[in-house]
Design a protein around this ligand. Structure first.
Ligand code: SF4
Length: 279
């Protein structure tokens, strides 16, 4: 299938990989799988959820050079988000470390022959949330249409046999999510304001779309923390191609333009008074 690409997670050294995945020999098996994909000429990428235990080992030129030598076509360094049943807030990056990762991504794009994915910044280095801007939502394994991969609640399903256009635009829950997220922060509403997500879920009586059935409890236990939004520390793209591509195809599409707070994520947003008008 020409439109499928394996994106293989590498979470750190042998020890760190075993800890993060909870099984033995994870890194060596992962590297064998990676080499199998490349040998069979698949367009293959490597993703890392960057956290306290792998930032020094993987966010560096030596690791990227090794992946280039192996034939990996693209990398994705996203930052660890402590959500779910086994959230470990102590592993999350500090704002300084998040800046370091962002700078590394920008520099690697400009200096290395490998593509680098990211989903949280425009061409000027301004943060954005791809779900708030309408660039993406998430479809869970059972067909539930969720705001994003870490907001596992839904009111619609692809089993309804509607087009994705109709599902995304016709859902009052998703519309309210986009509005709430873009009115609250340019960063990640889940990390910064989990309380607002809980109110939204309650307002729409959205169902838990996890197999665990504990998403509401997990959300209630989250403590607000900083996210990719870091006003005053924007790092613009250096690479001309990325700059152009982001400017035209990956930006906020005006989602943050309607005069919203937006300079402090503690601003009060009244979920119950939000309207669900289509926009
Ligand atoms: S809510 Fe947070 S995790 Fe979800 S898409 Fe937006 S920035 Fe990403």
């Amino acid at each position: 299938m020409g439109n499928v690409t394996p994106l293989i997670s590498v979470e750190g050294t042998e020890i760190v990989s075993d800890q993060r995945r909870g099984k033995p020999n994870v890194l060596s098996k992962t590297m064998v799988g990676l080499e199998n994909c490349i040998r069979n000429k698949l367009l293959t990428g490597v993703a890392t959820s960057v956290c306290q235990t792998n930032i020094d080992d993987l966010v560096n030129d030596a690791w990227v050079d090794r992946l280039i030598d192996l034939g990996v076509m693209y990398v994705w360094f996203h930052t660890y988000r402590p959500v779910g049943p086994d959230a470990e807030p102590a592993l999350a990056l500090t704002p300084e470390q998040q800046r370091r990762v962002r700078q590394f991504v920008v520099d690697t794009r400009a200096e290395k022959p490998i593509a680098v994915i990211d989903a949280y910044y425009d061409h000027q280095g301004q943060a954005l949330c791809p779900a708030a801007t309408g660039i993406s939502h998430h479809i869970g394994p059972w067909g539930d249409v969720e705001p994003c991969p870490i907001v596992q609640f839904a009111t619609e399903s692809v089993e309804e046999k509607k087009s994705l256009w109709d599902l995304f635009n016709g859902s009052a829950f998703l519309r309210d999510f986009r509005k709430l997220a873009s009115h609250s922060t340019r960063g990640c509403i889940v990390l910064e304001r989990p309380d607002l997500i809980a109110e939204l879920v309650d307002k729409h009586q959205a169902r838990d779309s996890t197999a665990r059935g504990t998403a509401a409890e997990e959300l209630a236990e989250m403590q607000p923390r900083s996210s990719q939004w870091d006003p005053g520390h924007e790092i613009p793209e250096r690479n001309r191609l990325y700059r152009l591509a982001k400017k035209h195809w990956f930006q906020d599409f005006g989602a943050y333009d309607d005069g919203l707070p937006l300079h402090q994520s503690t601003a009060r947003v009244d979920v119950t008074e939000m309207t669900s008008d289509a926009s």
